[in-house]
Write a protein that binds this ligand. Structure first.
Ligand code: NAP
Length: 451
């Protein structure tokens, strides 16, 4: 029997487990997560109002409930937890599917002023991540700036622009719902350093911004005109052409009178965050222009945009895992078809899949072929790995090392607690937002099973 540990229970981890059990009838998989809850960014990244994408959890659930798959939550791998080398001793193979856990930095003055956050921190807060801080993101905010024009920027812009009636049916934690409902934001500026034809958002996500009750879209026709890509739409790839068509439509309708205004801006490069009374008060942007090679250059002209809240949404970044090699330039673990490469040679028994393998790009479905490639490599190596090490019971060893895994019954108890919390608030399911409540809920499973 081949025993595999998959570290990370987001889409890449679950698709890895799925491929393993589908392609090998002798494999047993433990999916380990440092959180007591499964599903990674599907639970803690996909926006709460994107119910359809969230419902993907039902597919992931089927895999984690497979008879040869076991979920082991609240088990930390790395500093303060189980060392990678120890994990490698307990399993024939380990697949790291840990994603890209941090955000990229702008490297400009004022970036760390109070009121300036990475979009990831904001997303974690309204998604009830137990490590998220609740630091009054929206207090006294009249104008917000979102830096970047990818899908995460669209998500946070949309959540800022939505009203309580639209957010209440989601599983957003009560404190975030209350704060968003009380928000007095009038203007949300979403700002790209390059042109509209080079924005990274997808058209479906972009269009959604146009259908929000009480929110008007504003696009400056002069900024569309600056973009040579907009001059001849037939030369653009279809996805980008559709984006420009949507933006052009909005540029023709002035929406200044809407209660909330989403201002889509382009050719503005963040230069500095300016303080006002010890907090961020504005973002200074340098106007850019196309450099003829797909990039932009500065023009030496600056524009200050008022902002009591700045969300930096310029992409995720992988973090090094203690005990594994790491390529700092790409933020990924070096690999060959998913096999971890150490000092130029393949490290038997260690694999990667998902964002830590290929960087933080692509949609959830991109993880399927990515996980399959890794699993095929692993199964090719399987007979040598099984010969090398006798299988043992990893959970007994994990417990002996001080871990207290939350197993599937513990997660189901958390789900019941979240349904009960929602019912008590007159809402649907409402997520528990802190470690204590999650672990207390998980323990009720143990209590009900006790003899
Ligand atoms: P992204 O798509 O890589 O977008 C990053 C944005 O930040 C780009 O506009 C980029 O501009 C800008 N940027 C980077 N460095 C900058 C700097 N120093 N100054 C100013 N702007 C800068 O990243 P993301 O939005 O975090 O999304 C990550 C992945 O998750 C993507 O594949 C995305 O599609 C996916 N996702 C999908 C959904 C969905 O399907 N609903 C939702 C969320 C996320 P340049 O282009 O000029 O570099």
């Amino acid at each position: 029997m081949l025993r595999v540990a998959v570290v990370g229970s987001g889409p890449s981890g679950v698709y890895t487990a799925q491929n393993l059990v589908q392609l090998d009838s002798d494999v047993r998989v433990d999916v380990i997560d440092r959180l007591p809850c499964p599903y990674g960014l599907v639970r803690y990244g996909v926006a709460p109002d994107h119910e359809k994408i969230k419902s993907l959890q039902n597919n992931l659930r089927t895999v984690l409930e497979h008879e040869r798959v076991r979920f082991l939550g609240a088990v930390r791998v790395g500093p303060g937890g189980l060392a990678a080398a120890r994990l490698r001793q307990l399993y024939h193979a380990v697949v790291y599917c840990v994603g890209a856990a941090t955000d990229r930095h702008l490297g400009i003055p004022g970036e760390d002023l109070p009121g300036s956050w990475s979009a990831t921190e904001f997303v974690s807060w309204y998604s009830a991540h137990p490590d998220a801080a609740d630091d009054g993101f929206l207090r006294d905010v009249r104008s917000a700036v979102v830096i970047g024009v990818g899908n995460v920027a669209v998500d946070v812009t949309r959540i800022l622009a939505r009203g309580p009636a639209e957010l209440s049916p989601t599983d957003m934690p009560q404190a975030a719902l209350r704060a968003l409902a009380a928000s007095r934001i009038g203007d949300i500026h979403m700002v790209g350093r390059r042109g509209p034809s080079q924005a990274r958002f997808t058209t479906k996500e972009l269009r959604e911004l146009g259908g929000l009750p009480g929110a008007g879209l504003l696009v400056d026709p002069a900024e569309l005109a600056l973009d040579p890509g907009c001059a001849d739409l037939s030369a653009l790839p279809a996805a980008r052409r559709r984006n420009v068509e949507v933006l052009r439509g909005w540029a023709q309708v002035p929406n200044e009178d809407a209660p909330r205004r989403i201002r889509l801006r382009f050719f503005l490069r963040p230069a500095e965050l300016l303080a006002d009374g010890g907090r961020v008060g504005a973002v200074r942007f340098e106007r850019t222009e196309p450099d003829g090679r797909g990039g932009v250059r500065g023009t030496g002209q600056f524009e200050d945009v008022e902002a009591q809240l700045v969300l930096r949404s310029v992409g995720y970044r992988g973090v090094p895992l203690e005990g594994l090699p790491f390529d700092a330039s790409s933020g990924t673990v070096p690999h060959l078809a998913g096999r971890v490469v150490r000092a130029g040679a393949v490290a038997p028994g260690e694999y990667v899949a998902g964002w830590i393998k290929r960087g933080p790009t692509g949609v959830i479905g991109t993880n399927r072929p990515c996980a399959k490639e890794t699993v095929l490599s692993l199964l090719d190596d399987a007979s040598a790995l099984v010969r090398e090490r006798p299988p043992r019971d990893p959970v007994a060893a994990l417990r002996a090392e001080g871990a207290e895994p939350v197993e599937w019954s513990g997660w189901q108890a958390i789900e019941r607690a979240e349904a009960a919390l929602g019912a008590s608030l007159g809402r649907g399911v409402v997520k528990l937002a802190d470690w204590e409540s999650l672990l207390a809920a998980a323990r009720t499973a143990g209590a009900s099973q006790a003899p």
